[in-house]
Design a protein around this ligand. Structure first.
Ligand code: GLC
Length: 500
């Protein structure tokens, strides 16, 4: 789909004056922003770009490339973050009225058509005294993660934070009376991680007038299953969503560093989304994703449960993924990916210039399932040795090592299917090429079309950095490797090169 980029409205303005002038410019930009942009809208589960105009310019429309680079710097360095889906849905944990409800756990209210009053009643039982912000942040840190994004409010409408705007929240409506977001913010600050908030701005199944997406037999046009959900969308937006987004943006000091929107429907019109953008614009360091709706592209592409074959050249991106088959805790979902698969995913993503936002789903006591914590620690152990090949690196200089599009097989959309290969991946720095080997070559590692001169080669996990014998003929390279890899999953070969 053709995409017309926003003009650099502020290009001629020196950076320091931008924040001051932004509010004045919003009005002017509103009048001038006549260039067609794109409209990311959820259609049949897919985000599809459609031409649209921005009623209020967002920071991405107005900042210079240098300002954007500065804003995105920590995110690009980070490569690995923790997603936390946690809410009332961790109580039923996938079972309602004695029946196991298929699909993702945090959708149980919608999937089982649970009446609003019954669902809201779960709050009276929610007392997750096992929640320990210190331990969760420490777990993320031990996994080598650099940031956390937690569900402040998911589609069920329950706020996991102290909200004066709406009383259906963890402080006011449960016996727990604590604000986990505040506790996480304090801990993240202490332990040096960033904290972001997921907020379901459009779907809210317990607030009258808000959206619900279709599952099962919920009828058009609202897809509601309970009269209590009927009402006026703008009332919802102005009395709940916008006031709560304001609370989240202002009550947690330097956090959130990320706002993670989700599932925009047709209700998230450009004009409505613009009201949210006006709030976001007041926080010039904030990063927000491409799921606000109303035509705003945000900062990040958010491939869900997959790794794009070739990344998103020219865009920042973050693959979000579950470890099993659910985001919110389900007691019986034990279909966990192995630590090896998760680690390969991270290495694959880094080689394509993206971040990995890997989910945990704490249970109704606030405890992280051991199967998830174990996997995170295994990833962290590898990163503690080999992190230099991941954090702050640039994508591969090669490409074909990731796999190829099949000449015969098609994907669900009918496009040629990408068949990944898992021999090795690569990342780069101006004076280094990292080759992360999954399959161990029998004698030498061979590379063609190497665009730089290699001066030294060694294995990253070898603390002595013992030089490996290398031969470079033209742009072809051979490196003699020891008989065995240093790590059963992934061993990093470092090529020191002339600066690029
Ligand atoms: C989806 C789901 C949601 C989940 C999200 C994570 O869009 O609606 O439950 O939070 O993906 O990316």
């Amino acid at each position: 789909m053709a995409e017309v980029c926003a003009y650099n409205f502020h290009a001629a303005i020196p950076p320091r004056s931008i924040a001051l002038k932004l509010t004045h410019l919003l009005t002017i930009v509103a009048l001038l922003a006549a260039s067609p942009l794109t409209h990311a809208q959820l259609e049949g589960g897919k985000f599809v770009a459609q031409p649209v105009q921005h009623p209020i310019a967002a920071i991405q429309d107005t900042e210079t490339p240098a300002q954007k680079d500065a804003r995105m710097e920590w995110f690009r360095e980070a490569r690995f973050g923790m997603f936390i889906h946690w809410g009332l849905y961790s109580i039923p944990a996938g079972t309602w009225d004695g029946k196991q409800i298929p699909s993702i756990g945090e959708w149980i209210m919608n999937n089982a058509s649970i009446p609003v009053a019954d669902y809201k009643n779960l709050a009276t039982q929610f007392n997750p005294t096992g929640f320990n912000a210190h331990d969760i942040v420490a777990l993320a840190k031990s996994a080598g993660m650099k940031y956390i994004v937690i569900t402040a409010k998911h589609h069920d409408g329950f706020a996991m934070f102290d909200s004066k705007a709406n009383s259906f929240n963890i402080v006011a409506a449960t016996p727990f009376h604590r604000d986990p977001l505040r506790e996480l913010a304090d801990e993240a600050r202490k332990q040096g991680l960033k904290l972001g908030f997921y907020y379901s701005q459009d779907q809210d199944w317990t607030a009258p007038g808000a959206s619900a997406m279709k599952t099962g037999r919920h009828d058009l046009p609202t897809h509601h299953w309970d009269k209590a959900q009927d009402g006026d969308f703008d009332t919802y937006l102005h009395t709940k969503a916008i006031p709560q987004i304001k609370e989240l943006l202002t009550n947690y000091g330097d956090f959130p560093t990320v706002v993670w929107f989700d599932t925009p429907t047709g209700n998230m019109t450009p004009a409505r989304a613009a009201e949210i953008v006006a709030l976001l614009n007041q926080h010039p360091n904030l990063i927000w994703n491409n799921r606000l709706g109303g035509g705003y592209k945000g900062d990040t592409e958010t491939p869900e449960q997959y790794i794009p074959p070739q990344g998103f050249p020219g865009r920042d991106w973050e693959s979000c993924m579950t470890m099993n088959d659910t985001w919110g805790f389900k007691s019986y979902d034990t279909n966990f990916k192995s630590a090896e698969t998760l680690l390969r995913n991270l290495i694959d993503i880094a080689s394509k210039g993206g971040n990995y936002l890997l989910n945990i789903g704490p249970d109704s006591h606030g405890v992280v399932p051991p199967a998830e914590a174990d996997r995170l620690r295994a990833m962290g152990a590898w990163l503690a040795v080999n992190g230099a090949a991941i954090y702050g690196t640039q994508p591969t200089l090669f490409g074909p090592e990731a796999g190829a599009f099949s000449a015969t097989e098609k994907d669900k959309k009918g496009a040629p299917k990408f068949i990944p290969t898992w021999d090795w991946r690569s990342t780069t720095r101006p004076d280094r090429i990292y080759i992360t080997l999954f399959a161990w070559p029998t004698r030498a590692f061979h590379l063609d079309k190497l665009p730089r001169k290699v001066t030294h080669a060694y294995l990253l996990a070898d603390s002595a950095h013992t030089p490996l014998k290398l031969t470079q003929t033209g742009d072809a390279l051979d490196v003699q490797l020891p008989a065995k890899p240093l790590d059963p999953v992934a061993t990093v070969l470092v090529l020191e090169t002339t600066r690029f």
